[in-house]
Design a protein around this ligand. Structure first.
Ligand code: PEP
Ligand code: MN
Length: 336
């Protein structure tokens, strides 16, 4: 069990937890994680962790779970911090990834990316291969798009994330991108998960719009099993009866993931809402709920975007989002 105490837990409150652990005859050790006290007990499957949850100033308890040997927090890893160039995803710092849904042309990609670079963004999102619901919709520039991403990196020094659709393309992606994205529609694609599990790049795994928490974490487990420990989870909205947004952002999965796993979790407010005017407030809520970052769709001419035009925010809206997000981050003890 891993028992995480509130950061303002007093000595007596910590002692109460330790007394119960001793009463149960468990061995334990204590460590500090950032400013919190964390108590680790020896593995025990027969003790119900619920009895600790009601003690004062216990923030949360992670019990052992044989289903998730790799993604759950463990004694050696309470929090994975993923290094992408000079950016760290996870930990105290927040990461904002932004860019167009699809790469449409060199001019479009560079125009948006150059603006974002000036705003301090280091990782650009841009789809080369698009998994579109309608076969008549724009399907992406494919390998030509990857070439444009390569040029963008060389000319601007920016880092890029892009979605892979086919496990045969792993080598091509490894040559260009800094983070491989697995889209919501491919969260259950075991071959793809296994392939990126062997890749030498961090993976952003998006939650399928119908996946339970367990199914989502099992998909992450597949990637970690391949040896790739650098997995970022992404909540991007699920299907519900609510029809005024494209999907419904499951905000509570953010703390639920943070409590159980050591992996960073970010939120995609664009696909979660599908509406430009909801992207900023939902982004702020995600940060307040403990997300480690955002991935946001931005376009210089949203109404003309080849895909997801209704949810792309304009360049100046993005700068406003950043300014607001900085304040919320500060309020919850994070840094942007
Ligand atoms: C995207 O990021 O453009 C995308 C298609 O997202 P999702 O897989 O979450 O639908
Ligand atoms: Mn999109």
């Amino acid at each position: 069990m891993i028992i995480v105490m509130n950061q303002d837990a007093k000595h007596e409150e910590i002692e109460k937890v330790l007394m119960l652990i001793q009463k149960l005859g468990l061995e334990f050790s204590i460590l500090k994680n950032e400013d919190k006290t964390v108590i680790l007990t020896q593995p025990s499957y027969d003790i119900n962790s619920e009895i600790f949850k009601s003690l004062p100033k216990v923030e949360y308890v992670v019990s052992l779970n044989e289903d998730f040997k790799l993604v759950y927090k463990n004694i050696n890893n309470l929090e994975t911090k993923i290094k992408v160039g000079d950016v760290t995803i996870g930990g105290k710092d927040l990461t904002v990834i932004a860019g167009p849904c699809s790469i449409e042309s060199k001019e479009q990609l560079f125009r948006i990316a150059n603006h974002l670079k000036k705003s301090g963004i280091k990782i650009i999102r841009a789809g080369a291969f698009k998994f579109r619901t309608s076969p008549y919709s724009f399907q992406g520039l494919g390998y030509k798009g990857l070439e444009l991403l390569k040029e963008l990196k060389e000319e601007t020094g920016l880092m890029v994330i892009s979605e892979i659709l086919d496990h045969h393309d792993i080598n091509e992606f490894e040559k260009v991108v800094d983070i491989i994205q697995i889209g919501a529609r491919n969260m259950h694609n075991i071959n793809l998960l296994k392939a990126v599990g062997e890749a030498h790049l961090p993976v952003l795994l998006k939650r399928s719009y119908s996946a339970t928490l367990k199914e989502f974490l099992f998909s992450a487990e597949y990637i970690l099993m391949g040896g790739n420990k650098n997995v970022i989870l992404c909540e991007r909205g699920i299907r519900t009866f609510s029809d005024f947004t494209r999907n419904t952002l499951d905000i509570s999965i953010v703390p639920a993931i943070k409590q159980r796993t050591h992996l960073p979790v970010i939120v995609d407010p664009s696909h979660a809402t599908g509406k430009r005017d909801l992207v900023i407030p939902v982004s702020l809520a995600a940060i307040a709920a403990g997300a480690d970052g955002l991935i946001v769709e931005v376009h210089h001419e949203p109404d003309l975007a080849y895909s997801d035009s209704e949810q792309a925010i304009r360049l100046e809206q993005f700068d406003y989002l950043l300014a607001r997000a900085k304040k919320v981050a500060e309020a919850v003890g994070r840094k942007l």
